[in-house]
Design a protein around this ligand. Structure first.
Ligand SMILES: [Zn+2]
Length: 438
């Protein structure tokens, strides 16, 4: 069994790994790069992909050069499977280019989140002839390769690590994970009973070189948000990824603590509903202090996809501009540029606050200009309230020690060369495209 990191050996984002045996080739993740491969100091703009053919995109370095993976190049022998670890763009974003006849393996929650993202955000996922849904710790067999998924704690709900076993060897792909989120019990469980005799651990290291970042637990974040909310006389707005279910729960709990009503949009309400867990804060699960804001933008999308039932089912929990106005300082509202009209119609009270709960660098991008202008217009205070979705160094160390692999290969990191200092002589740094015989 050998492995190749097609992309991700020296960067965060755009991850793509191939594991090959004599029998089968398996691809793990096919992410959109964050940096433009032609000039890594620049962010990759999604419009750079518009109208490009697959050979163009391979030529531009955006699609990793992997034979038998993409549609339209049918003369190549297809790879045998694609595994997707979690619903973050930098792990699945290039998946729409994959041949339809290649089976895709992904967790049930990942599948639900990707479907909702396609409808609401236009993040394409596409139809596949064969989709196999993975369950925690239930192995599947891909042409003689055993794949066991492990649910992990990460900012994407349902994120999985994979144990790959074939030809007497074991490779563990960590995917993205952390040990300080709402699902940290998953991290502890894995550390307590790790798989035995792992030959190769491919371990993410997003936080390597970013140790200065604050890493509060979700519980600590909840208390901080609630404290801040209590002292604000105006509306509470927040920005977070609709796929970050842990964070949505944190905002719900902070809203409840401060005596407010959480106002979700149709996107987040439907994701929470579709995941089918009674603990998630939506009115259909009996949460009376949650309302749903209907926006023209999302209703239009749902009508286009012939999915009107995804807003009709919230009718009795709907809140409009007048309702928001009535709630006033008791409104704890998810913000999106596409809800701007509805929010402004409600009138933004004085001393309102915007809790920003994503990576701070996103605020430097032009796409944040509209949000900033909205805040300026209404004198809204900006407050960052975030904690990372990735493991801090101490968690990485505990993880690596528990796994006790023969070799550690850095992935999803900008600082692979720092691994040796922290994880010792087992570390083997690869370059993109380099084959490693496990
Ligand atoms: Zn991720």
């Amino acid at each position: 069994m050998n492995l190749i990191i097609h992309r991700g050996s020296h960067e965060v984002g755009g991850t793509c790994v191939e594991i090959a045996t004599g029998e089968a080739r398996t691809i793990i993740d096919l992410g959109m790069p964050l940096a433009d491969p032609r000039d890594k100091s620049k962010k990759l703009k999604s419009f750079s992909l518009t109208g490009k053919t697959i050979p163009d995109l391979i030529g531009m370095g955006i699609l990793p050069k992997v034979s038998g993976l993409y549609w339209g190049l049918d003369d190549e022998r297809p790879v045998d499977a694609v595994l997707l670890s979690h619903p973050h763009q930098d792990h699945y974003g290039l998946f729409p280019y994959v041949r339809r006849d290649i089976p895709v393996y992904l967790g049930e929650d990942t599948d639900k989140i990707l479907q909702a993202s396609e409808v609401f955000l236009g993040d394409k996922f596409g139809d596949h002839d064969k989709k196999i849904l993975l369950r925690d710790r239930e192995p599947v067999n891909v042409h003689g390769v055993s794949v066991t998924p492990f649910l992990v704690d990460h900012s994407a709900y349902g994120a999985m690590a994979f144990l790959i076993e074939a030809e007497g060897k074991k490779i563990f792909y960590s995917g993205d994970f952390r040990g300080h989120g709402r699902k940290r019990a998953l991290f502890e469980k894995l550390i307590e009973k790790p798989p035995h005799d792992v030959d190769v651990l491919m371990m993410e290291g997003t936080m390597m070189g970013r140790q200065q970042e604050d890493t509060r637990t979700e519980d600590e974040l909840e208390l901080e948000i609630a404290d801040e909310a209590r002292i604000r006389a105006g509306m509470k707005l927040f920005i977070c990824s609709g796929q970050n279910i842990d964070r949505l729960v944190t905002f719900y709990r902070a809203s409840k603590r401060s005596g407010a009503t959480l106002v979700l949009d149709l996107y987040t309400a439907n994701i929470l509903h579709e995941l089918g867990r009674s603990s998630l804060p939506v009115p259909t699960n009996g949460f009376k202090d949650v309302k749903i804001l209907f926006t023209h933008h999302f209703m239009k999308r749902l009508a286009y996809y012939e999915m009107k039932h995804w807003y009709e089912r919230w009718r009795s929990y709907e809140i409009d501009a007048k309702g928001l106005q009535r709630l006033g300082k008791k409104a704890f509202v998810i913000y999106r540029d596409s809800s701007l009209n509805e929010l402004e119609k409600s009138g933004i009270p004085k001393d309102s606050v915007m809790f920003y709960s994503m990576w701070s660098n996103y605020t430097l991008e032009p796409s944040f200009d509209r949000t900033r202008a909205f805040m300026d217009r209404h004198g809204i205070q900006f407050k960052e309230m975030h904690t990372s979705g990735h493991a801090i160094l101490s968690s990485l160390k505990r993880f690596a020690t528990a796994m006790d692999p023969g070799v550690i290969i850095p992935i999803h990191t900008e600082y692979p060369d720092d691994y040796r200092e922290h994880f010792g002589s087992k570390v083997r740094c690869l370059h993109d495209g380099e084959k490693f015989d496990g």
